[in-house]
Design a protein around this ligand. Structure first.
Ligand code: TIU
Length: 223
């Protein structure tokens, strides 16, 4: 019972069967979106990511209503930091390092308040949440197995940040044979220029990593 929906996208129309497509919501955690979290410790203005929330909330609700699979991810580490490469913790000159005590709890540590997904996008009990130690959602996780067991071949990609965890994940997914559509208003960055270039990089060269489109075009296809 193949169904074929089409999204007006760049570089050309993105076709998907909703039974074989998952919405991937990447790292919409307080640690990236709220003051005092990991993103803020790196020197970023975390307010820039807030514009992603309303369109992503609408996209999440419409996707659930249409019955598609939804998968959320969270970046973070075990309390003993055994899954955190020392190089990641050493990098740069943050105000607090991974594992340090901060206003949202220990920075980027699983189970802490800051590690949680924001209330507006809280996962349902039926939805898979993938905890990942890296930027890419496939590295050292069960994501590929989860998707293959659900016969998922297409990914609608959302979340933060565009040129970091979203990009790494799209590249990993593309190499594993998934067709990715990135929703341009449902991904966001602390660095607007890099956001634009990151989206261009995905759709360039005939869709070298995948497709991009505004969420309204995807919602139109779902209707
Ligand atoms: N720093 C930054 O832009 N992003 C991250 O560290 N992780 C994610 O993108 N989730």
């Amino acid at each position: 019972t193949g169904q074929r929906l089409e999204v007006d996208a760049s570089p050309y129309s993105y076709a998907f069967d909703p039974h074989h497509t998952a919405l991937l919501v990447i790292d919409m955690q307080r640690d990236f979106l709220e003051p005092g979290g990991f993103g803020a410790t790196l020197g970023n203005d975390v307010g820039l990511l807030q514009r992603v929330v309303p369109p992503l909330r609408d996209t999440l609700h419409a996707t659930r209503a249409a019955g598609l699979t939804v998968v959320h991810t969270r970046e973070g580490h075990l309390p003993d930091l055994s899954d955190c490469p020392p190089a990641k913790r050493r990098r740069g000159a943050p105000t607090l390092r991974i594992g340090d005590d901060g206003p949202l709890g220990r920075v980027l540590i699983r189970g802490e308040y800051g590690h949680g997904i924001i209330d507006d996008l809280a996962p349902l009990p039926t939805e898979t949440v993938i905890d990942k130690p890296g930027k890419g959602a496939f590295y050292a996780t069960a994501l590929d197995t989860v998707l293959r067991e659900a016969a998922i071949t297409h990914l609608i990609v959302t979340g933060v940040t565009t040129e970091v965890c979203v990009h790494t994940t799209v590249r990993e997914a593309n190499d594993r044979g998934y067709d990715c559509l990135v929703l341009t208003d449902c991904v966001g960055s602390y660095l607007p220029d890099l956001h634009r270039y990151a989206l261009d990089m995905i759709s360039a060269q005939g869709g070298i990593f995948g497709w991009v489109a505004p969420s309204q075009n995807y919602l139109k296809a779902l209707q």
